[in-house]
Design a protein around this ligand. Structure first.
Ligand SMILES: *Cc1c(COP(=O)(O)O)cnc(C)c1O
Length: 389
């Protein structure tokens, strides 16, 4: 007589609602602050078997990603690679590597993500000071110079594309200002990379970060990071080790550099995805891509005006990737976005912080930046507003 062999004589607690049905996901048009829809070509690239992260084929892929990323950012920085995690991980990578306990860090706060930089820099022991502007405005060079004179920071952190307000911070001249004060410049390009003109080296930006799921039209999960020689010099001079092991650039450069020393298992399929997303950026060409984003955004702005809706930001500071639209008096902002999602499968964002309940946030990023999506949104917005009025 044979008895069934059991690897455990303890009963398994069988949850009675399992197994679940196979995954289903609703089809949405993501016109909010992110994620935006992934390009189908990128999704197809992800849908392959992983290979080893030290496989020569993978190492070639890493080189390609680095080269493509340098193009997208217009930089020659050797240390340019994506880190695992979303944009906040890459944000943390910039601060963790160059901020030592006691360092003076000045943050430009003119929206939600400026506050996140303040929070993070404080956690790495920085003495943080801020310069502020109302949500919907940008800093002038004169204001920044005055703040540099007052605070004498070792690091200045600014958000290029403030997704909470829809403001583009002009960056010309700020890099020179930082060098004059022997200060490093960190720039958040999360909602600008792949959609808004960026010239990292010309602007003398020392460290920058971004994400995959906004202007690059890739799913979230791997986030671009870069640092130049000035930033590496500060990293090399540190008296204390980088407090974040996972994001320590002095360890990661041995993996992304020629040594290829194991550090962590790379998210292989996300590397396929970002490689393909960046290849599409290069195939279109940066100038053409920036132009497409600008034209699509202008079509939106004109159409909103025809609907009697106003944009929150002055036209010359508006981001082509993210538009904040003022909610008219007597309209429940949440009811509109709920109806758009539930009845029309369109996602737009609501206001954050100082702009909560006051604006909608409309994203037209990467793959989603096209006139058809603008027409769809305007037509649907018009219908929903008429119903609710
Ligand atoms: C989205 C965003 C982030 C954070 O990125 P996550 O991918 O959500 O972690 C940081 N800064 C800006 C300006 C953003 O828009």
């Amino acid at each position: 007589m044979t008895t069934a062999f059991s690897v455990s004589n303890r009963a398994v607690n069988e949850a009675h609602h399992l197994p679940l049905a196979p995954l289903t996901v609703p089809e949405r048009l993501l016109l909010g602050p992110g994620p935006s829809n992934a390009d189908p070509t990128v999704l197809a690239a992800m849908n392959r078997q992983p290979i080893g992260h030290l496989d020569p084929a993978y190492l070639k892929l890493m080189d390609e990603v680095q080269e493509l990323l340098r193009y997208a950012w217009q930089t020659d920085n050797q240390m340019t690679y994506p880190v695992p995690g979303t944009g906040s991980a890459a944000m943390e990578a910039t601060l963790a590597n160059v901020v030592e306990p006691g360092d003076r860090v000045l943050v430009g706060v003119k929206g939600y993500f400026g506050h996140r930089l303040v929070d993070m820099a404080g956690r790495y022991g920085a003495a943080v000071s801020t310069i502020t502007r109302p949500w919907g405005e940008a800093f002038t060079l004169v204001e920044l110079r005055a703040a540099m004179e007052q605070h004498r920071p070792q690091v200045l952190a600014l958000v290029h594309a403030e997704t909470s307000t829809g403001v583009r911070q002009p960056l010309e001249g700020i890099g020179d200002l930082c060098r004059e004060f022997d200060c490093l410049l960190i720039v958040d390009t999360v909602t600008s990379l792949g959609g808004v003109p960026i010239y990292l080296d010309d602007w003398k930006v020392d460290l920058a970060y971004s994400c995959s799921q906004k202007g690059l039209s890739c799913p979230p999960g791997m986030s671009p990071f870069t640092m130049n020689e000035r930033a590496i010099a500060k990293l090399d001079r540190r008296q204390t080790p980088v407090a974040n092991w996972y994001l320590d650039a002095s360890l990661l450069k041995k993996y992304w550099g020629s040594d290829r020393v194991y550090h962590h298992t790379a998210p292989v399929n996300m590397t396929y995805a970002i490689r393909e997303a960046l290849r599409l950026v290069a195939e279109e060409g940066l100038a053409a891509r920036w132009q497409r984003h600008q034209q699509t955004a202008e079509k939106l702005w004109d159409g909103l005006q025809d609907l009697g809706l106003n944009c929150h930001v002055d036209r010359d500071l508006r981001l082509p990737t993210l538009t904040t639209v003022r909610v008219p008096d007597g309209i429940d902002a949440k009811a509109v976005s709920r109806t758009l999602l539930n009845d029309y499968n369109i996602e737009v964002g609501g206001g954050l912080g100082d702009l909560a309940g006051k604006v909608w946030r409309v994203g037209l990023m990467g793959y989603n930046s096209n006139p058809e999506n603008v027409d769809t949104l305007l037509e649907t917005m018009g219908k929903v507003l008429a119903e609710l009025r």
